[in-house]
Design a protein around this ligand. Structure first.
Ligand code: ATP
Ligand code: MG
Length: 442
């Protein structure tokens, strides 16, 4: 088997080999090339020691010298070059106690997580596939290299990587590997929140975000997102729904584009439901205030997972408002835009549509029709440039002070009242008119 590799990677292999070392591209780039996908980065594995690699290239960075990794810079491109290694015993299910280098490619491939990630390639010698990676790519299977229980015990992050690769590639998880996921799920407690979050987001923005279901079935979510397990256990006896809360969430995920904020919003949009569920005398369930409760829970969850503040702010706001249903009238839509923020309103429309499409058919046409209309009105508001925030209100706090408004909270209150007026009637966004009104109130 032959495939093209970038000039930079080819050059590094040539230089290393000319100097008497073995060198291969390895791991994800081989997997992706065989699949006809464009690899994100090209990693190189070699028999040369880090010092020897550094001696051969003009510009190198010590990215992980303790693990034998040197980044070779060629122009703007960086290539990670790692010395063949075997990992020593794992002390804590996270870090190998020691890393020793080995002269053997086989040993280096053997320590990798899955068969599809454990192949090497050289333009001269072709592909090295010692663990059946090609067959597993063909069969669309995620399978551990060696005994799954051992491999997951060594490094529990692999538990999540298995599900993540399965979602990215649309592969199924080989039964033994899957059994080991269930068995060793508790080991996730050794893994830092940051690393869990990184894998979670990769799964969510993959072509199969609903493979979150596998993470639940194998008991992984119980360790990093028990709130999701509650959702999977919560029935929704209402004509609007046909799934449990959790299944509804899983069905809604692929309804939004593969974007971190949007997919996290769908994952958590109904996370408040289990806590607020009330069943009425007719046996029908109600979930009043689940948006507000969900906003708070999502904030706690995302902070726990060490998400960045911008993501937390957007996701929690979208969850707070996801079930808000303004009437399809300009003033109502302007009020909603003003409340949610101009930046988030288009995302809200996307979220609401995906939410509806994951519900039962009950009133579906009506729901979608109202949303469509709100969307049209919103675009019209944008075209006209209607004022929907204090930013474009024709009067500022300073103006109010100049006409004698007492400094302090009154300024904000009056500005908000003026904005409320303008949201009703955009024509009123005129400095003289607004100041006249403000004078009266002062
Ligand atoms: P992508 O970069 O698309 O996430 P990848 O396969 O390149 O996929 P990386 O995390 O970049 O994944 O790792 C590169 C290679 O290193 C993998 O293909 C695998 O061979 C090996 N590897 C990475 N993480 C682990 C791990 N936790 N346990 C064992 N091997 C690993
Ligand atoms: Mg990679």
């Amino acid at each position: 088997m032959k495939f093209a590799i970038p000039d930079g990677a080819a050059k590094i292999l040539r230089v290393l080999e000319k100097n008497g070392f073995e060198a291969w591209v390895v791991g994800g780039c081989v997997r992706d090339s065989v699949l006809g996908r464009v690899p994100e980065d090209w990693d190189i594995t070699t028999s040369a020691r880090p010092e020897q690699v550094k001696a051969l290239f003009a510009r190198t960075v010590d990215t992980g010298i303790a693990h034998g990794t040197v980044t070779v810079m060629l122009g703007k491109e960086g290539y990670e070059v790692t010395t063949y290694r075997v990992d020593g015993d794992y002390e804590d299910g996270r870090h190998p106690k020691s890393v020793s280098f080995t002269a053997n490619l086989r040993e280096d491939l053997r320590r990798r997580d899955f068969t599809i990630n454990a192949m090497a390639y050289s333009p001269e010698r072709g592909i090295v596939d010692l663990f059946g990676g090609l067959g597993d790519l063909e069969a669309k299977t995620i399978r551990c290299v060696g005994a799954p229980e051992e491999r997951f015990t060594e490094d529990a992050l692999r538990l999540l990587r298995a599900v993540r690769f399965s979602g990215q590639l649309g592969f199924s998880i080989e039964p033994e590997t899957r059994r080991a996921l269930s068995l060793l799920a508790p080991n996730l407690c050794h893994i830092s929140a940051e690393r869990i979050y990184t894998e979670l987001v990769k799964l969510l923005v993959s072509p199969h975000p609903d493979y979150m279901r596998t993470a639940w079935e194998t008991g992984l979510t119980a360790w990093f997102l028990p709130e999701f397990d509650r959702c999977m256990e919560t029935e929704q006896n209402t004509p609007h729904h046909c799934y449990t809360v959790g299944e509804h969430i899983l069905h809604s995920l692929a309804g939004v584009p593969a974007d971190r904020v949007l997919r996290l919003t769908m994952l958590l949009h109904d996370v408040g439901k289990p806590a607020v569920r009330r069943t009425d005398e007719n046996g029908r369930d109600h979930f009043k205030t689940h948006g507000e409760v969900g906003e708070k829970m999502a904030g706690d969850i995302l902070r726990r997972l060490k998400a960045d503040n911008d993501t937390i702010r957007k996701v929690t706001r979208l969850i707070r408002w996801h079930d808000d249903r303004p009437a399809p009238e300009p003033a109502a839509v302007r009020r909603a835009v003003s409340q949610m923020g101009e930046e988030l309103f288009p995302l809200y429309l996307t979220v609401q549509r995906a939410d509806t499409l994951a519900q039962s058919m009950y009133l579906r046409e009506e729901k979608l029709a109202r949303q469509e209309k709100v969307g049209e009105i919103y675009r019209e508001i944008l075209r006209r440039g209607d004022c929907v925030s204090l930013k474009t209100l024709a009067v500022t706090g300073r103006d109010l002070l100049e006409i004698g408004c007492p400094p302090g909270p009154t300024v904000g209150k009056i500005l908000q009242r003026l904005l409320d007026r303008v949201l009703e009637c955009p024509e009123q966004n005129n400095r003289e008119k607004l100041l006249l009104m403000a004078r009266e109130w002062i």
